[in-house]
Write a protein that binds this ligand. Sequence first.
Ligand code: 6MZ
Length: 356
Amino acid sequence: IIPHDFKFLSSSQSSETRPSILPFCRSLPKVELHAHLINGSVDPVTLQELGCMETSILDYIKLASLSNNTSRALDECFDLFRIAHNATNTPQAVHLATRRVIEDFDKDNVIYLELRTTPRAEQGMTKQEYVEAIVTAIKEYQGDVLVKLILSINRSHDAKACQDSLDVILKKKKLYPDIIKGIDLSGNPKVGGFDSYIFKTARENGLYTTIHCGEVKNDGEVTDILGFKPDRIGHGNFVHPDYGGCQENWELLCEKRVPVECCLTSNVMTNTTRNYSEHHVKELISSGLPYTISTDDKGVFLTDLSREYSHLYDDHALTKEALWKVSFNSVDYSFASSAEKSLLKSKMIEWKRDNE
Ligand code: 6MZ
């Protein structure tokens, strides 16, 4: 039971007069549910370190020049993922990148982390070896973050490649049921589509489901995905009618109450939202719908989870108490076990008592 009388300092002041919220956000125990592992979340320094060993210098000149842009279109950002793939084409590189990403989230006081990644085959690395390298890094990690893995299907791949990935995912889930918890649909939202068969099969085999949905306008696909009722959806930009969606889909979301993983900086950077204060999380907040706050690709968008939380305070007038509640509620939307959820909630309640 959460006591209702917790009081955080300055929670009633307007954002103009309030001091920076970032130190509070940094110390807040946080829950990250939407982070693309290898090519979204790896920091540029690690990529360059890997690039020195694995990839051509020309790719890194391109990476550096794109990194200087403040606003990247969605397509440009998918170019960046391709560059980063070149730097992580061996199990050793994948292992190192995974370790670094977990350590980064640890430093940012993330207490629970769901990483997601697309099983990838390269010359000299099978999809199985790719997943093994990541699971090994997760198992070896000794810090305080509870880490789980979601394996992704890339929507731009053909049916055979998707089925092949599903086979690998189901096999590895059987081997590591405490680490591999879910399946995701991601990739360039302008390419390919949602294949319900893959996700039904995954669900029948005990995987939780999260699906990128409405990152660009596609009303028919949003209807299909919400009809499937995944455990969570990613982004959900184009669902509300004021945000380019349609009334029927918004009503479907209100009815099904599927938690939405909101990635504010990612959406601002890829121009799928106008700005932070007009982000569709506003509608979720005012309608009391479930949502969580995530980084998406912290390496590419040069952000971290604390900064993402700070935008809720600065641009959506949430109080400190409300920020805590967003993180606390995210535990319920996670794919952790009941025992793990209880433990995470106790940690958060304890932190709150200590920070009254
Ligand atoms: C959709 C995205 C994404 O799988 O190699 N990915 N998919 N929308 C986004 N919004 C910006 N950001 C990242 O990590 C990189 C992959 O994650 C997906 C893309 O498929 C990208 O290739 P992994 O670890």
